[in-house]
Design a protein around this ligand. Sequence first.
Ligand SMILES: C[S@@+](CC[C@H](N)C(=O)[O-])C[C@H]1O[C@@H](n2cnc3c(N)ncnc32)[C@H](O)[C@@H]1O
Length: 312
Amino acid sequence: MKWSEFSIHTTQEAVEPISNILHEAGASGVVIEDIADLVKERSTVLGEIYQLDPTDYPEEGVIVKAYLPVNSFLGETVDGIKASINSLLLYDIDLGKNHVTISEVNEEEWATAWKKYYHPVKISEKFTIVPTWEIYEPVSSDELIIELDPGMAFGTGTHPTTVLCIQALERTVQKDDKVIDVGTGSGVLSIAAGLLGANQIQALDLDQVAVESARLNCKLNKVQNVVNVSQNNLLDGIEGPVDLVVSNILAEIIVRFIDKAYEVLKENGTFITSGIIQNKKNEVKEALQNAGFVIEETMVMEDWVAFIAKKK
Ligand SMILES: C[S@@+](CC[C@H](N)C(=O)[O-])C[C@H]1O[C@@H](n2cnc3c(N)ncnc32)[C@H](O)[C@@H]1O
């Protein structure tokens, strides 16, 4: 099959919403080439492998690439993607150069294109994310490994918004907790919660591709008995009480279901919200407080913010 590479030069702030648009448009695999990844200092003491080629990276900003099958709908798909990306301006998301290029690639190139950017990474005190095609020997006996094949769903586990959630889960999940993961993507946060001892996890996503990817990854990590993955819009129709709700979605989406998250949580339950770009931080903080949450911790990584809030 022939594939078309859709490439857009944009900003770090726009990476996540653009990746979502591309996934929703049926893209298979998204590659993110961020100059910040190339220049950042990395520890290799834990056995991580970094093989980044400077010629793959832009001089400034971020290039997001996605792969779309070449068929008779391609022209319309690309026009639809461009229109959706441009509509992000309505949410004050800076698109930077917003320069799009389209080129053809063959399947073999596509299959390896995004995998070369993805290697084992230790992302928190306990967790190391390992792509399924890499062989990795744990460094210590208490290290927790998440094996992932993100496929077409968002969530290689290494995006700052995901890392913040996993670090927050590590601090908050108690044995036998009931958890809801809103916008599970590859299932990475549900897997983390399961490995930390939660024993009833509802993983929800609007996107059926994500639902299938999360089911596969849960099996791969042997948490399928404690994680139930289903297609759902936010928390619509979901009932509590649960100990913890975690969600890594954009600020604009989080504010839509804060009241419902409050409703499904037990007294003193925890709401972890991530995917919040710095300039939207106060908007989410105010909405959390208005709903009755008390913010216990504000976590920051690069341009991203996550909150650990408690229902009081
Ligand atoms: C940024 S990804 C997060 C994936 C994963 N939880 C992580 O932390 O890496 C956001 C996910 O939310 C899903 N999503 C977006 N809008 C949604 C909605 N209204 N209801 C449920 N899921 C939604 C997307 O399909 C996507 O998989």
